[in-house]
Design a protein around this ligand. Structure first.
Ligand SMILES: Nc1nc2c(ncn2[C@@H]2O[C@H](COP(=O)(O)OP(=O)(O)OP(=O)(O)O)[C@@H](O)[C@H]2O)c(=O)[nH]1
Ligand SMILES: [Mg+2]
Length: 236
């Protein structure tokens, strides 16, 4: 057979296989339509959820179960799942819902001090090194909430502080696994070895935005959840 003819067949087959894989990937992505709200206790997940789904302020208490509601964007409907931040419940609920997740929202109390910065970073680190999150390439939005409070840091500063914590965490996490297999050690190490940790170096897209869920004062009437809603349209 003519070699040009073989090359043509190979090219056509490559295009076909790529197309099929793309369609299968898009279908799988569309079938996963949950957006999970995760984060530490008191960061504002439930208030964000009620503002988004019911458009109202409610007094919230520590969640012990998830809240689920549909949110309509002009790009399609997504299912929002608010996961309790309590240490003993957080990963249990996350594991229950992660396979059906389209994207994740990690909510931070932007007034955090150095003591809870570590916990905030560690929980995010665990989520970003989860194999389901990585394999499904779940986009992650870090929401720097409570921007109405005067001591709140902006998202650039919080991003930088989290990157510094991640640089320390990836060393401790991979050392903890020293006696275990090399593969596990590698997957516990996020970012590029020998380089400063940057969210941009992760295989998944991590973006940052500022919000205020309380919607009571001037700041919130200007901004509120706007940036979160814009991101939801993109991932829907
Ligand atoms: N000032 C201010 N307070 C907020 C904001 N968002 C939430 N809060 C308050 O922070 C507290 C905790 O909010 P929740 O929404 O219950 O926090 P959560 O993340 O669901 O907490 P868990 O259910 O324990 O995981 C409540 O008193 C909220 O009113 C915000 O944007 N600004
Ligand atoms: Mg809650």
């Amino acid at each position: 057979m003519d070699s040009n003819y073989i090359k043509l067949i190979i090219s056509v087959l490559t295009v076909l296989v790529t197309l099929i894989l793309y369609v299968v990937y898009q279908r799988a992505r569309k079938s996963r339509r949950s957006i999970l709200l995760v984060g530490l206790r008191e960061s504002g997940k439930t208030l964000t959820f009620t503002q988004l789904i019911h458009g109202q302020y409610v007094e919230t208490f520590t969640s012990i179960k998830e809240n689920i509601g549909d949110y309509e964007t002009n790009n399609g409907t997504v299912r929002i799942i608010d996961i309790p931040g309590h240490e003993q419940l957080r990963y249990k609920f996350f594991d229950k819902y992660k396979s059906n997740a389209r994207a994740l929202v990690y909510i931070i109390d932007s007034t955090l001090n150095s003591a809870n910065l570590r916990d905030t970073a560690e929980c995010l680190y665990n989520i970003l090194s989860d194999s389901v999150v990585i394999n499904n390439r779940l986009p992650v939005l870090v929401l720097c909430n409570k921007q109405d409070i005067s001591t709140a840091s902006n998202n650039d500063l919080l991003k930088q502080q989290l990157e510094e914590e991640f640089a320390l965490l990836r060393v401790t996490k991979s050392h903890q696994l020293e006696s275990v297999d090399l593969k596990a050690q590698k997957s516990a190490f996020l970012g590029r070895e020998g380089e400063k940790f940057k969210f941009e170096d992760l295989p998944i897209k991590v973006s940052f935005a500022e919000t205020c869920a309380i919607l009571k004062d001037n700041y919130s009437s200007k901004k509120g959840l706007d940036d979160f809603k814009k991101w939801l349209i993109k991932v829907a």
